[in-house]
Design a binder for this molecule. Structure first.
Ligand SMILES: [Zn+2]
Length: 194
């Protein structure tokens, strides 16, 4: 039986919603794999990442959510790569996406009379449905510190992460995956020299 616990754990290693989104394309058993294969995969991923979305049926036809999600992910990946390599990222595609995802602020109070501001999105378009993710990508590009946005150093690994460790020396997507493989390789290299 395939163990999916570890795969779900990989949903969070980016330590940033936009990067976790990019990381839905990842190496699984040595194969570059898209973990999003259907509209329900997208919805399940959004739920796991606690992205606020509507629970009812979607007012657009089957497959549209998956298609637009993959397009948004491509846009996000290209922009993050450009930003990381010091190139000026093309923002037109992301801006178009955001323009189709209007939202407004709404104030709510709880029992203790705290007042909170939350955002409400129109649910009529697939872009509005994906707006929290698109906005996370926009926030990362605008406010992220790209010294700490890094690609995993693992051989053939495609994962990214936001390094929030104290010393900012994080190198791997996971210490048990790429980090451990590198440790084993370094140990073997040392052993072969003896
Ligand atoms: Zn890795």
């Amino acid at each position: 039986m395939k163990d999916t616990t570890n795969e779900n754990h990989l949903d969070f290693v980016g330590d940033n919603l936009a990067i976790n989104f990019i990381n839905t394309r990842r190496m699984v058993e040595g194969q570059l794999t898209d973990t999003l294969q259907s509209d329900s995969d997208v919805k399940a991923w959004l739920r796991r990442l606690e992205v606020p979305v509507t629970t009812g049926s979607l007012p657009f036809s089957d497959g549209v959510l998956l298609k637009r999600t993959r397009q948004l992910r491509e846009i996000a990946l290209a922009a993050v790569q450009d930003r990381k390599s010091g190139k000026k990222p093309s923002l037109a595609a992301l801006n178009r996406f955001l323009a189709d995802a209007p939202s407004h602020a709404v104030l709510t109070t709880d029992d203790t009379r705290n007042i909170r501001v939350t955002r409400v999105y129109g649910k009529e378009t697939v872009e509005a449905f994906l707006a929290p993710v698109a906005e996370a990508v926009a926030d990362l590009l605008a406010d992220g510190d790209f010294n700490f946005v890094r690609h995993c150093e693992g051989n053939a690994c495609v994962m990214w992460f936001y390094d929030r460790t104290k010393g900012h020396r994080r190198r791997w997507c996971t210490s048990t995956g790429c980090g451990n493989r590198a440790k084993v390789a370094a140990f073997r290299a040392r052993a072969s020299k003896i």
